[in-house]
Design a binder for this molecule. Structure first.
Ligand code: HEM
Length: 370
């Protein structure tokens, strides 16, 4: 397979067809940072020093004009807020998503997931998608959001390109109307859910929308992979925390993250001009033998020791670290505990990652639960 840039369109056709192949091919050839022509010039690296360079300085690298801007689902709220306002917004958002603030949701999510528990043989991907929808509905809205509308809204995120990138003004309008209805109910009587927390912001609709979109398929895909691997190595039911960490290492749903250079800078002697896109890739870093021994093997015991700084970043790193990290871990933990309360056996599947907006399992992951 050749990944050479083509006249005019550069690397775009390769990016559209096989972004993981393109990234791996170039990372294997270049020692440090490499350049891709993706409509604009994009600089890509995966060393801990690069990750720190890109993620550690919000004044130099902004999110507002990054690739997120082109994804209607993610184009808004805190995701498109840059320094210095970003710090203020995160300081307001973080307390609502802190593990202490979420603890009461453990029981709420557990109860909501009971009807979703499978018996017999099932595809872990379908189960995990149902879990993610149900748990988001329970934690943000106490289950009050119209479940069919929520599924219609989030389903395109699972689909191949260009589906997640298409504007869907009518659907978004319906979602906003539903959010408005739920906000009004909470104005009359506050609840103990995340929408009640988001009411304090000037743009609660937008923050809720981008959080649902950022949290849905990422959580679902991680959960389906974790269930698949734990079913094959059931001793990890005793340490689901390490199993989930390892799953996020091998299959980081956010396989690449983007920023826009707000000023010209240089990294290890390489000039990064103002206006360029810069990409970091948890996928490349996590699968590099320089940072993880036998990187393609699923071996949760590696988390008995801490990974080197800036080498493990499934939730990003620095000030933009995922707001929903603790919520995702809570949902995944509760769902796996419920699932593995009965013996589960892996029947057949293809867990290789398939890139879309996020990484997803390529094929069905058939499990059997007694
Ligand atoms: C396993 C599940 C999840 C994964 C792997 C994940 C991954 C990530 C990553 C890599 C970033 C950083 C992106 C960047 O550097 O630009 C991020 C940011 C974000 N995530 Fe998550 N996420 C998950 C679940 C969630 C959930 C459940 C929510 C719901 C609240 C959420 C909301 C967000 C938001 C709002 C941001 C933007 C933060 C900012 O720009 O300050 N995520 N996530």
């Amino acid at each position: 397979m050749t990944f050479a840039p083509r006249p005019i369109v550069g690397h775009l056709p390769h990016w559209a067809r096989d972004p993981l192949g393109l990234l791996e091919h170039n990372a294997g050839r270049a020692e440090g940072v490499f350049e891709l022509r993706l409509g604009v010039n994009a600089f890509v690296g995966h060393s801990p020093a690069w990750n720190r360079f890109v993620l550690g300085d919000l004044e130099r690298f902004g999110s507002r004009h990054s690739f997120s801007k082109w994804v209607p689902y993610l184009a808004g709220g805190v995701i498109l807020t840059d320094a210095p306002q970003h710090k203020v917004r995160r300081a307001e958002l973080n307390p609502g998503f802190h593990p202490h603030a979420l603890e009461h949701l453990r029981a709420v999510i557990g109860t909501a997931l009971e009807p979703v528990l499978p018996t017999g043989s099932f595809d872990a991907r379908d189960w995990a998608a149902r879990v993610s929808l149900t748990a988001l509905n329970a934690s943000f809205f106490e289950g009050d959001f119209d479940p069919i509308l929520l599924e219609d809204f989030l389903h395109p995120l699972h689909r191949a390109f260009p589906a997640p990138l298409l504007p869907r003004p009518r659907l978004f309008k319906r979602v906003d109307a539903e959010l408005r209805r739920l906000l009004e109910a909470r104005a009359a009587q506050p609840r103990h859910d995340l929408l009640s927390y988001l009411r304090r912001f000037d743009n609660p609709l937008e923050e809720a929308r981008v959080s649902l979109a950022a949290g849905y398929d990422t959580t679902a895909h991680t959960l389906s992979w974790a269930a698949w691997h734990v079913a094959q190595q059931p001793r990890w039911t005793q340490d689901l925390g390490s199993a989930v960490k390892e799953t996020l290492r091998l299959y980081p749903p956010g396989f690449v993250g983007s920023r826009r250079a707000l000023e010209t800078s240089s990294f290890e002697g390489r000039r990064i001009p103002k206006g360029s896109i810069v990409l970091y890739s948890p996928y490349l870093t996590h699968r590099s033998p320089a940072y993880f021994a036998n990187p393609l093997e699923w071996t949760p015991e590696r988390f008995e020791s801490h990974p080197e700084a800036w080498t493990y970043l499934p939730f990003g790193a620095g000030e933009r670290t995922c707001v929903g990290m603790h919520l995702a871990n809570l949902v995944i933990g509760v769902a796996l505990e419920g699932l593995f309360a009965q013996p589960v056996r892996a029947v057949r599947g293809d867990p290789a990652p398939r890139p879309g907006l996020t990484l997803a399992p390529r094929g069905a992951l058939i499990l059997e639960r007694s």
